[in-house]
Design a binder for this molecule. Structure first.
Ligand code: FPP
Length: 244
């Protein structure tokens, strides 16, 4: 169970950390275990990371739990992943909700089993007034599909006479994305030594700082989270402006 009561004073780090949790399979293979065991250990790392995010005063945490490309994995692995998700949403999230965590889901949730969709909607509704940590879980998420869906919506609004194409600016478009009303990530972290964005938050990451660690996701915890925040604090963010 996640113990958020250990939360300590808040620092001035990134408000929004987004994580590409990678390396579960390699973690399992290096131990001669099935990939599902790596994903199970990955859920433990999710718990540790939630605690660390609260402790370090991060107010938004986005986790890339399942990409739209992950449906191409063997069916037993998909079953293992959706089973873990089902358990996490049903049992952990009520506890998290009691501790001030608010759940948001982005991605094509309608591709999951109906009971998972229901559990997600219930958890989102039940935690809607929480403010300590916004947890965004990206499920069957792909950034290109998200951008195309927003473009489609804009086109439909224009055809219906509800949007003047000349008024379509960045702010308007951002509000058509799944992440409308969420701040852009300040820090994007990827584990396992890979240095790719893999179709994650392409629009939203325009000015994000990137931190890559060789640690495999199941080994990730508070120390690695703190290290990433320390690396972030050494970066000078200019958002395209000239250095002062
Ligand atoms: C990448 O490892 C990880 C995933 C595809 C899934 C991440 C899922 C979890 C941590 C568990 C479920 C999450 C929640 C929020 C309940 P990989 O399998 O691609 O590893 P590899 O690159 O070493 O093969």
């Amino acid at each position: 169970m996640v113990d958020l009561a250990i939360a300590e004073p808040v620092s001035t780090g990134p408000a929004h950390v987004a994580i590409i949790m990678d390396g579960n399979g390699r973690w399992a293979a290096s131990r001669g275990l099935p990939r599902a065991a790596g994903h199970r250990a990955g859920v433990e790392a999710v718990r540790r990371t939630l605690e660390a995010a609260v402790k370090h005063g991060v107010s938004w945490l986005t986790l890339y739990a399942f990409s739209s490309e992950n449906w191409r994995r063997p069916s037993d692995e998909i079953q293992a992943l959706t089973g873990l998700l089902r358990r996490f949403v049903r049992s952990e999230l009520s506890e998290l909700g009691r501790n001030g965590v608010r759940l948001h889901v982005i991605g094509e949730r309608n591709r999951f089993d109906a009971d998972i969709q229901t559990a997600l909607a219930e958890a989102e509704a039940a935690t809607a007034s929480n403010t300590k940590l916004n947890l965004v879980i990206a499920l069957s998420y792909g950034a290109r599909a998200e951008i195309v869906a927003a473009a489609q919506l804009a086109a439909k609004l224009a055809v219906a006479g509800k949007l003047d194409p000349d008024k379509l600016d960045e702010a308007y478009f951002a509000n058509l994305l799944a992440t409308a009303a969420m701040p852009d990530p300040d820090l994007i972290l990827r584990t396992s030594g890979e240095q790719r964005l893999s179709n994650f938050l392409l629009w939203q990451s325009a000015y994000a700082e990137f931190v890559f660690t060789d640690v495999l996701w199941p080994d990730f915890g508070e120390a690695e989270f703190a290290q990433a925040l320390a690396e972030f604090s050494r970066r000078e963010r200019r958002f395209g402006a000239r250095p002062s």
